[in-house]
Design a protein around this ligand. Structure first.
Ligand code: GDP
Length: 438
């Protein structure tokens, strides 16, 4: 999955913006000071314009949001800054912007960014309904774009925005989102040609963005590489199984049945024999390492027991490992997030991967590895779904809160049918993902 020459060119053009405009620079101080002492007397168009992302929810959500916002920032020549109230700064180092930072400084004039909603006067929702938005924007300190699940029809018109109309005039764009909104950018006529040139293959967008943007700190790399060398590296084959149990899905027997049915049906794990073979030699047997990730340890223990209790029908050695079982999802705890991101990278270092539908943790794991997953459908009524899983159409993450509007025709539409490379997700039927049409 190599980046196109045009993508590299766009990134090289974008890179100087961060050291020119990022925190700590004269330009940043000047724009931030104007923000602080806002007197509603307008602003001059400056070189430095910013996109402040307010990421929230779990780490998978935050990573997908940061990758999407970065692509939007590149397309619109803005410097991306992340709200610093997350552990992102402790788990990722500041490359590709050495010498500066992508974290919003603590003394940013708006202290409770998380409290902003589309109801504020400065919201895109309000501006897009105002005929004099262009002149109004010049009198506002910032524009707030709300892409939360609860956002409205007018918020989502952002996905059709041709920013030349008025957004370009806003030096500060604040954005709240918890997911991957890249498929919506591919539906926006304002960006389509440029995106086509940047990404001739439409199914490796997250992979390329993530490899450019996210660089785990040395401490996190330590967690990844030590685990990989100890448990995964020397096996003939590695299988990742990412298990995410959403509220209400416990007890978990039906999920265990689903994992076993999926891995057996798709020939990802060998069957076991019922009768103990007589002193079978395992010398030279093929080895398969299974990495499970889950907030608890039951999937790991049950799969491990299956291959300890019984011999494989294929004379393979199956070893099962799990790095952690944190039991509860926490937010803002660095060690917890470090383990989570290490597991996402380790999942990406396997050869084949099974993921839980709806989970952004899983999307990041397979997306980082460039792996097209087998997605397990989300169970309903504590019943193992049939089929238990399905090979995905691409390795791209799914966009959970898509627009249902055709930007060109200017009316509601099934946005999974507008262009061949934006289709419905396997795990969530009305949501959108990028695929590379054959
Ligand atoms: P999603 O909720 O499945 O979409 O994924 P997120 O990553 O956004 O949020 C889930 C959060 O729960 C993670 O960020 C972790 O904090 C925690 N979590 C969930 N599953 C696991 C897991 O398998 N391993 C670890 N270490 N943490 C997990």
């Amino acid at each position: 999955w190599s980046p196109s020459a045009h993508l590299i060119k766009r990134l090289r053009q974008h890179e100087p913006l961060q050291p020119q405009c990022g925190p700590g620079t004269e330009a940043y101080r000047a724009v931030a000071a104007r923000f602080r002492s806002w007197r509603r007397n307008g602003t001059k168009d400056g070189v430095c314009r910013y996109l402040v992302l307010v990421p929230y929810r779990g780490l998978g959500n935050r990573i997908l949001a940061a990758a999407s916002a970065f692509l939007y920032a590149v397309l619109t020549d803005r410097v991306q800054l992340l709200d610093g109230n997350t552990s992102m700064g402790e788990i990722f180092s500041c490359e590709p912007f050495p010498g500066t930072s992508w974290l919003l400084p603590q003394h940013f004039p708006i202290s409770k960014l998380h409290n902003l909603t589309g109801d504020v006067r400065e919201s895109y929702r309000n501006l897009v309904q105002n005929d004099s938005a262009a002149s109004l924007v010049s009198r506002l300190p910032y524009v707030f774009v709300d892409l939360d699940h609860s956002c409205t029809y007018h918020d989502k018109l952002f996905c059709c925005d041709d920013e030349r109309q008025f957004l370009r005039r806003a030096p500060w764009l604040l954005m709240r989102t918890d997911g991957y909104f890249v498929p919506a950018l591919f539906l926006n006529p304002a960006h389509q040609d440029e995106l086509d040139r940047m990404f001739p293959r439409k199914d490796s967008v997250f992979y390329l963005l993530a490899h450019y943007l996210f660089h785990p700190t040395n401490k996190v790399w330590g967690l990844i590489t030590r685990f990989h060398s100890s448990y995964l590296r020397d096996s003939d084959e590695r299988l990742g199984i990412q298990v995410r149990v959403f509220d209400g899905d416990t007890p978990f027997q039906h999920i265990l049945d689903q994992i076993l049915a999926c891995t057996s049906q798709e020939h990802l794990l060998p069957d076991v024999v019922t009768q103990e073979p007589l002193r079978r030699s395992m010398a030279g047997a093929r080895s398969k390492a299974v990495l499970t990730t889950c907030l608890s340890s039951w999937s790991y223990e049950n799969i491990r027991w299956k291959y300890w209790q019984s011999a494989t029908a294929t004379v393979e050695v199956v070893s099962v490992y799990q790095q952690s079982h944190e039991e509860h999802q926490l937010s803002g705890y660095t060690t917890h997030d470090m383990k989570a991101v290490a597991e996402m990278y380790l999942l990406g270092m396997t050869d084949k991967i099974v993921t839980s539908g709806w989970s952004t943790f899983g999307y990041v794991g397979h997306g980082l590895g460039g792996l097209t997953p087998w997605i397990m459908f989300r169970p309903e009524n504590h019943t193992t779904p049939y089929p238990p899983c399905r090979r995905a159409k691409s390795m791209e993450p799914c966009m959970h809160g898509p627009p249902f509007y055709d930007c060109r025709a200017k009316h509601g539409a099934d946005t999974g049918k507008l262009v061949p490379h934006v289709q419905h997700c396997e795990d969530m039927s009305l949501r959108l993902k990028l695929v590379h049409p054959e």
